[in-house]
Design a protein. Structure first.
Length: 190
């Protein structure tokens, strides 16, 4: 069997490397966990939600980590776990919405797998998360404006690491997953 150089472009799901990891990025409420689970199932892969992995490791909710350690403490934990999980072959990983804020995290995502940026408008994101009390960054007087501000800050970062961009508005989840499955073979790892 012919070996593939370590730095070669490898298609996720291709004969060269069926284990290339897939990373989902995007804002809170865009559907990373729901879509990630179904994408992983369709590919026969393991799925991990990074925020849930942090909670499991720490034994407390993300909200509690923010309360005790602040956002900076949470982001340190996020980077450490992201480093660990981006090294696992065959994984479908849903990152937290702010994982792209650190340059180190963007580098890991870009270099270690195929990044899918799931998109939705600020209004749609607000509609989806308005009643969710487990979003520490939305504990503000105007959560709708906070979402718009976060999206404006993060959108260029999501876009900078993405190999695939997929809108999640006005499409059933099954259709989004079918679109991603069709797009994956056309995108070599970055």
């Amino acid at each position: 069997m012919e070996s593939v150089p370590a730095d070669a472009d490898i298609l996720p799901g291709s004969a060269q490397d069926v284990a290339a990891p897939i990373f989902l990025v995007g804002m809170m409420g865009v559907g990373k966990t729901t879509i990630g689970r179904q994408l992983a199932a369709a590919l026969g892969r393991e799925f991990v939600d990074l925020d849930h992995a942090i909670e499991d490791r720490c034994g407390v909710r993300v909200v509690t980590i923010f309360d005790i350690e602040g956002e900076a403490g949470f982001r340190r934990r996020e980077t450490a776990l992201l480093d660990e999980y981006t090294r696992i072959p065959g994984l479908v990983l849903a990152t937290g919405g702010g994982a792209v804020l650190a340059e180190e995290n963007r580098r890991m995502l870009s270099e270690r797998g195929c990044v899918i940026y799931l998109r939705a408008s600020a209004d749609e994101l607000y509609r989806r998360v308005a009643r969710d009390r487990n979003r520490p960054l939305l504990r503000t007087e105007d959560p709708r404006q906070r979402i718009a501000d976060l999206l404006a800050q993060r959108e260029p970062l999501y876009d900078s690491v993405a190999a695939i961009r997929q809108d999640t508005v006005d499409q059933p989840i099954a259709q989004v997953v079918r679109s991603l499955l069709a797009a994956l073979p056309a995108h070599p790892l970055q």
